[in-house]
Design a protein around this ligand. Sequence first.
Ligand code: AFD
Ligand code: MN
Ligand code: MN
Length: 395
Amino acid sequence: MSDAAIESLDQLKIELPSWGFADTGTRFGKFLQEGAAIDTADKFADAGKVNEVTACCPTVAVHVLWDFSESQTPKTVAEIATENGIRIGSINANLFQDQKYKLGSFGNPDAAIRQRALQHCLDCIQLGQDVDSAYFTLWFADGTNYPGQDSIRERKRRFQEGLRACHAKLSLEQIMLVEYKPFEPAFYHTDVADWGMSYLLCKDAGPQAKTLVDTGHHYMSQNIEQIVAWLLDEDMLGGFHFNDRRYADDDLTLGSIDPYQIFRIFCEIHAYANECGKYPDIAYMVDQSHNLKPKIEAMIQTVTTAQDLWLKAALVDRDALRGFQQAGAIVDAENALKSAFHTNVHPLLSEWRASKGIDADPLRAYRESGYGERIASERAKRRKALGIKSETAYA
Ligand code: AFD
Ligand code: MN
Ligand code: MN
């Protein structure tokens, strides 16, 4: 059982978000970190370091407006990633920052703005083809803030039109991920608010469109593993954005609030693999951008927590569980999960890490490398030389 569990860790390739290494913040401001990445090369270097100490993060997700500039060709950016031992993963469109998107992007009542948003997406899809990216990820901030502001049904149809046009541009190698989120920044209705809306829009767009489950994008009481199970069973689970939340979409590190929920989500993945004989081909991506924790340490913490919970879920005795379920032996069935969840998997993780030639404790290895101190000093000098001022709290 434990050999198979260790082997299954090779399935868990975790994509890192470029934006998680730069100074970001909440709508109330930013707390700047000296070691935060200044440019894309820094972000890729940091992602490369996390991959070096964890051996399970070969790709980095990029945000087109933040990671690509006129001065760099996509190929150049892809080469910078390769130089750091990683590859570009998902291409994330940015349909929420530009002033023109005030009333939405694909959902905007103005056809000219919808066309601009679509063109941005078509450019992103082309960019993905230029850098051999497998995933094109869409998250929409679209929605309304007041009853009566716009027609909910008309906006739905605008999204169907825009997503069909995106899907038509995809190469055979690309998958389009449509992420849902119940609210924020729209506060009356969000156009793609739950898994059902994403599922419907993806089915309508075409066979290469799948739903992206951001683990922070659910109301407090929602059963996320049930959503994952349904999407898996319909072959519509495109992947995850990993983070945690206590109240809303807080982008806290995975498992920091509710590790048992992530364990139960991973149980659905392992149960699927146990039944189908292979793991689903989905994207496991981190989506966090921390204000308080040191960014690289927070990323290592998220990745190692995901591996820990994945291994625990792999240890559930599924044959015994099926027997308990058939027999209606509820206590035994629940205990089959709980005993796996309470198993200390550090020895198994150490065995896997030894097989990859890395330290059993990635965070310790990172701290002992002195990388954090080096980049803090080097980037502080660069910020000064570039005249990058520390921003006010309400930037
Ligand atoms: C925000 C959004 C969403 C998106 C992420 C990266 O809520 O999760 O995936 O930014 O653009 O967290
Ligand atoms: Mn997300
Ligand atoms: Mn989010």
